[in-house]
Design a protein around this ligand. Structure first.
Ligand code: PEP
Length: 252
C-alpha cells in the first residue's frame, strides 16, 4: 500500500530549545489525535536530531535529516554522514532539495551517490525534484524532472528504489507563497508515476509515494492532497507552526 506522508522541512530554523518545544507539541498532538496509518516526519537541523528522535513517541511520527554526505566517514570537515544520522534514531533523509542543488551546486551524480549512501545505512530517502520558473515557462519542466529522476534515482535497483519516496517541488513555489494549482501538481505527479512505471513496472509505480512541496499550507492542502497521484506533502515554512502543520496533516 502506498504510504500517505507529510514531512516537515525545518530548514535552518529553530534554536535547540525552540525546536524541542515544537517537536514535543507535535508529538503530544499526535498522541491525542492518532495518525491512523499516515506517517509524519520531522526533518530537523542536525543538532536537533538526536533529542527530537528520542522524544517522538506517537505512532507514525519520526524524525529525518535534510542532507547527508556521500562519503561514509573521514576528513570532511563540517559534514555529517548517513551512518551518523542513522545513529541518532532518525529514519529518513531529504536528498536533492532545490536549495542544496542551487546554493551548494549539488549535481545529479552527487545526489545519486548520497542516495546510495543513505540507503546503505538504512535511511529512507525523500528525493526532491522540480523545475525552476524559466523551465516551466519554456515548457521543458517535464524534461527537467525526467532528467533529475533518471540520473539521481533511477540508477537504483528495484529493491533500493522501493525504500525511496519522491517529492515534486516546483522551485518557483518553494517559499514564495505561490502554490502549484491542484491540476499542475496532479499532471506532474502522474507524469512521475508513469516514469516509475516505465522503469520499475506497474506494481512499483502504484506503491511509490509522491509528495508535493511548495507553499503548501492548511488552507490549500486538502485540494492538493485530493488528487489521485498526490500522496502527501513536503512542507517548509508551515512546518514551523504547530497548528498549521497539524492541520495540513489533518487534510491528508
Ligand atoms: C520546502 O522547503 O521543501 C518547501 C516546500 O518550502 P515551503 O513549504 O516553505 O514552500
Amino acid at each position: 500500500m502506498r504510504k500517505k506522508i507529510v514531512a516537515g522541512n525545518w530548514k535552518m530554523n529553530m534554536k535547540l530549545n525552540d525546536g524541542l518545544t515544537l517537536a514535543e507539541d507535535i508529538n503530544s498532538h499526535f498522541i491525542t489525535n492518532p495518525l491512523n496509518g499516515r506517517k509524519v516526519i520531522l526533518c530537523t537541523p542536525f543538532i536537533h536530531l538526536s533529542l527530537v528522535s528520542k522524544l517522538l513517541t506517537a505512532e507514525g511520527l519520526s524524525s529525518g535529516a535534510q542532507n547527508c554526505n556521500d562519503h561514509s566517514s573521514g576528513a570532511f570537515t563540517g559534514e555529517v554522514s548517513a551512518a551518523m544520522i542513522k545513529s541518532t534514531g532518525a529514519g529518513s533523509v531529504i536528498i536533492g532539495h532545490s536549495e542544496r542543488r542551487t546554493y551548494y551546486g549539488e549535481t545529479d551524480g552527487l545526489l545519486a551517490a548520497k542516495t546510495a549512501e543513505a540507503l546503505r545505512n538504512g535511511l529512507m530517502v525523500i528525493f526532491c525534484c522540480g523545475e525552476v520558473l524559466a523551465e516551466r515557462e519554456g515548457k521543458i519542466h517535464f524534461e527537467v524532472v525526467r532528467r533529475q529522476l533518471e540520473n539521481g534515482l533511477f540508477v537504483l535497483s528495484p529493491e533500493d528504489f522501493s525504500k525511496c519516496i519522491i517529492a515534486y517541488e516546483p522551485v518557483w513555489a518553494i517559499g514564495t507563497g505561490v502554490t502549484a494549482s491542484p491540476a499542475q501538481a496532479q499532471e506532474m505527479h502522474a507524469f512521475i508515476r508513469n516514469l516509475v512505471r516505465e522503469k520499475y513496472g506497474t506494481g512499483m509505480a502504484d506503491e511509490t509515494t509522491i509528495l508535493y512541496g511548495g507553499s503548501c499550507k492548511a488552507s490549500n492542502a486538502a485540494e492538493l492532497f485530493a488528487n489521485p497521484d498526490v500522496d502527501g506533502g513536503l512542507i517548509g515554512g508551515a512546518s514551523l507552526l504547530k497548528e498549521e502543520f497539524c492541520n495540513i496533516v489533518k487534510a491528508l
